[in-house]
Design a protein around this ligand. Structure first.
Ligand code: DX5
Ligand code: ZN
Length: 228
């Protein structure tokens, strides 16, 4: 049983890029907890999105914590720019560890007083992340291959979420475990049952066929809270 409150993080990747400030304000007044910002460089993932200037614009538009997910190579070189732009949480990928010292990057984020996160792709085992656990505020388990919104959730990730939660519990760490990709009522519930407590959702919240953002967030939270 997960005691932590459920957090909902709408992803602006699914918003209208012509009206990003409006999207941020919509999320804030609809009850979102964090605003998830997907930064892609066309190298780490085969897609491009935006950089620190967009984060700065979002910072002007909302008081919500900006949850910045860096899907970029050499994330260490950009930490300062994203923090200066107003990021509150910065998540880097453990797969980039061959290119920079991830522990040092996480320490740099913490030294600036921000929350440090580490993410793993669906095929990356938990063992790659576990050595970094004590220095982390949050872990982001990708439940699709990173790069694009609107993909199908991969249930094979669920045991890994449980493994990370159990490892955090055994160290007494109040870690936020976030899931990202293909999250809806059913998959969100599965993830929370496995030990996640924060749900990123793009298409499901921004492009829901019948529910407005307020109702979609409320229902997603309610389903996640009643996961047993
Ligand atoms: C994908 C991004 C996700 C994306 C999720 O690489 O990291 O944050 O916005 O989108 P949905 O919820 O539509 O799968
Ligand atoms: Zn993301």
């Amino acid at each position: 049983m997960n005691q932590q409150p459920i957090l909902i993080a709408p992803s602006v990747l699914a918003a209208d890029f012509g009206h990003m400030a409006d999207a941020a304000q919509l999320v804030e007044r609809s009850g979102g907890d964090w605003l998830h910002c997907d930064v892609m460089d066309g190298h780490f993932v085969p897609n491009l999105t935006f950089g620190p200037d967009m984060v700065r614009a979002l910072r002007q538009a909302t008081k919500l914590p900006l949850d910045v997910h860096l899907m970029i190579e050499r994330a260490d070189e950009y930490i300062t720019a994203f923090i200066d732009a107003g990021a509150d949480h910065i998540t880097v990928h453990v797969e980039d560890a061959a290119k920079h010292d991830v522990a040092r990057t996480l320490a740099l984020i913490k030294a600036r007083g921000k929350r440090a996160g580490l993410s793993l792709n669906p095929s990356t085992p938990a063992e790659k992340l576990l050595p970094y656990l004590p220095g982390l505020d949050q872990v982001l388990c990708m439940t699709v291959n990173p790069g694009f919104g609107g993909q199908l959730f991969m249930p094979a990730v669920l045991p890994k979420i449980r493994q990370i939660r159990d490892a955090a519990n055994s160290l007494g760490l109040p870690l936020d475990i976030t899931v990202d990709g293909g999250i809806n009522f059913e998959t969100g519930q599965l993830c929370v049952r496995a030990g996640a407590n924060a749900l990123v959702a793009g298409n499901f919240l921004f492009r829901h066929k019948t529910l407005n953002m307020t109702d979609a967030i409320r229902e997603l939270r309610k389903h996640a809270e009643n996961h047993d």
